[in-house]
Design a protein around this ligand. Structure first.
Ligand SMILES: CC(C)(COP(=O)(O)OP(=O)(O)OC[C@H]1O[C@@H](n2cnc3c(N)ncnc32)[C@H](O)[C@@H]1OP(=O)(O)O)[C@@H](O)C(=O)NCCC(=O)NCCSC(=O)C[C@@](O)(CC(=O)O)C(=O)O
Ligand SMILES: [Mg+2]
Length: 290
């Protein structure tokens, strides 16, 4: 599993920002060809993505192409899929057929550029009512789909409201993405960008809330959002210590034929121990990455 705690967007027509994004500690960078790029700049932005692929980096590099209902997507994919690109982010994903079509377009480019078949990752952004309703079929449409992402600003526009600090209006959609991802056996979803760049306290509170809902990782739009988001998706020393004790105590009990014990007054059984093992696995993956 590739840990994707933070995915930083950088506008595809602003090379300085793309360069800077690639030098920061976001787990992934998404060079945007869609909404952050004016119609007149779309072509130039594709060239920037190719230039960006030559920059040494520690993070995974994705490109957000334009949506399926635009005239841009085919050329976007043709002109930006090159060795070094890790994946494609598809905005406004609404159907399994759409995902399969994009999967096929990506496969053509993989063949053309000598990339292994299926190497490129695909992250659909669910940001409409129809996308939320069809989340499971979108998540299951191609082996290439590693995880879904949520886009709350377009989503709330679609359902006729706005993305509020309380997030009441997106609670159902967020949970639907978590459940669909789990049912499709893909990675947990990545949450929407938090638009109030100056409100780090609000970002932290909202991100802790979505972690509890079952998300892993968040789209970010400004360098100041990377560290707080990375921290929330990194187990703390106390969480690691607790997970170690749970696994140790459970393994000992299991060896004696017991599968229900208590530790510090709390009940431990198979699913509790499995959860603790997952925490330790995440710690190992993050260690391998650094
Ligand atoms: C918001 C703002 C313009 C503010 O700029 P400002 O210049 O005022 O910020 P400052 O604080 O002055 O920057 C201080 C220093 O950081 C550098 N710096 C800033 N941002 C950086 C960055 N991202 N990457 C690298 N570097 C960066 C800057 O260059 C400067 O560097 P330096 O000069 O060296 O000091 C800027 O952040 C920005 O462009 N963000 C990305 C916007 C974007 O890609 N949006 C599209 C994707 S979201 C989307 O589409 C979601 C969704 O799909 C979801 C839904 O549906 O819900 C939808 O539809 O909405
Ligand atoms: Mg959007």
């Amino acid at each position: 599993m590739v840990p994707m705690r933070s995915l930083l967007f950088a506008p595809g027509n602003n090379f300085r920002r793309v360069e800077k994004a690639l030098s920061l500690n976001a787990d992934g960078v998404i060079v945007d060809l869609e909404d952050a790029v004016a119609l007149t700049e779309k072509k130039a932005a594709r060239e920037m993505v190719r230039k960006a692929l030559e920059i040494p980096r520690r993070n995974r590099l994705y490109v957000r192409v334009n949506a399926l209902d635009t005239d841009f997507i085919q050329d976007d994919l043709e002109e930006v899929i090159r060795p070094g690109l890790d994946g494609v982010v598809l905005p406004k994903a609404e159907s399994a057929e759409g995902i399969r079509y994009v999967d096929w377009l990506i496969s053509q480019q993989e063949k053309k550029h000598g990339l292994g078949s299926g190497t490129l990752d695909l992250i659909p952004i669910i940001e409409s009512a129809l996308g939320v309703v069809r989340a499971l079929e979108i998540a299951s449409a191609s082996k290439r789909v590693s995880r879904l992402a949520f886009g709350a600003i377009d989503f709330t526009l679609d359902i006729g409201t706005n993305f509020s600090k309380s997030g009441t209006e997106v609670f159902y959609a967020r949970s639907q993405l978590v459940i669909a991802s789990s049912a499709a056996r893909i990675q947990p979803p990545v949450d929407t960008p938090y638009p109030d760049i100056q409100d780090i306290e609000g970002l932290v509170a909202d991100t802790k809330k979505v972690r509890q809902l079952g998300f892993f990782g968040r789209l970010v739009i400004h360098p100041s959002q990377i560290q707080p988001v990375n921290e929330i998706f990194t187990p703390t020393a106390d969480e690691i210590e607790h997970a170690r004790r749970v696994v140790e105590a459970f393994n000992e009990a299991e060896a004696r034929g017991i599968a229900a014990i208590q530790l510090d007054g709390k009940f431990i059984d198979y699913p509790v121990a499995a959860r603790a093992k997952k925490v330790l696995e995440l710690v190992e993956t993050l260690r391998d990455k650094n």
